[in-house]
Design a protein around this ligand. Structure first.
Ligand code: GLP
Length: 245
């Protein structure tokens, strides 16, 4: 595991964006695993700026997103389809045919999960997977559980995740109770994994994930075993983890 320290959220976003853009410059048809939430927003803004200036070209790039709420379609402003379109895809020169996100409107979970895993395999796997970190150390929507689930699956969201994500909805009752998410094997098979974490409210999750044992009760802890894992974190997020220095 490699730690890149950042001063603050802005600095962390720029540093992580540099890693993603270097990947695309070195391999223009890279498969990028992308994430939602507020953590990657600074990265996306930076990539949009560089793309606009012609410094990075996404015309051949393929993307697979980590997750999507069950029951929300692309036209719903809270869907992750809509989030990605609004915050990245509509502002860079990516071919919409190369963009992939789980289909939250597919009622047959087995069918959708098989489709998504086959799609990732068909793309040749993920070159670089971007992750945020949930308050309970979830990654994608892989919630704390008794075991790691390997492939894409439909998951019941934990109360802590529903509460944390309710800020994007009118109220907590509007937050979908289920999501489709890539599984842990999908994530750890990525050639490189980059996680961005900022803010004191994530400090406990960072400590649990990277200073404690590897356990499915702390999903992000599995990244301790990844050969090419980079944590980009600001001082606040690292405040309870002096041993990571
Ligand atoms: C959601 C997403 C995760 C993300 C997490 C943290 O639950 N499914 O991929 O990492 O939120 O979000 P934030 O970055 O807003 O704290």
């Amino acid at each position: 595991m490699r730690l890149i320290r950042a001063k603050d959220t802005h600095d962390a976003g720029r540093k992580a964006a540099n890693i993603i853009s270097a990947q695309v410059i070195l391999k223009p048809d890279s498969v990028l695993g992308l994430a939602t939430g507020s953590s990657p927003l600074g990265i996306y803004q930076q990539l949009i700026r560089w793309c606009g200036r012609g410094d990075v070209d996404f015309s051949q790039t393929r993307t697979v997103n980590l997750d999507e709420y069950v029951g929300l379609g692309p036209e719903n402003e809270n869907s992750y389809h809509s989030f990605m379109h609004r915050n990245l895809f509509s502002q860079i020169n990516i071919d919409p045919a190369n963009v992939h996100i789980p289909n939250g409107l597919e009622p047959d979970a087995d069918k959708e999960c098989r489709r998504y895993d086959a799609l990732i395999r068909g793309l040749g796997g993920v070159d670089i997977q971007l992750l945020g970190l949930g308050n309970n150390a979830h990654i994608g929507f892989n919630e704390p559980a008794d075991c790691f689930v390997k492939g894409t699956h439909r998951v019941d969201l934990s109360q802590s995740t529903i509460d944390a994500n309710s800020r994007f909805f009118a109220d907590a009752s509007q937050v979908p109770r289920q999501a489709y998410t890539m599984g842990m094997l999908d994530i750890v098979q990525a050639e490189r994994v980059v996680m961005i974490v900022t803010g004191a409210h994530k400090a406990q999750a960072v400590h649990d994930a990277f200073c404690g044992p590897v356990t499915p009760m702390v999903p992000a802890s599995i990244l301790q075993l990844h050969r090419n894992f980079i944590l980009v974190a600001d001082e606040d997020a690292l405040s309870l983890s002096p041993e990571l220095a």
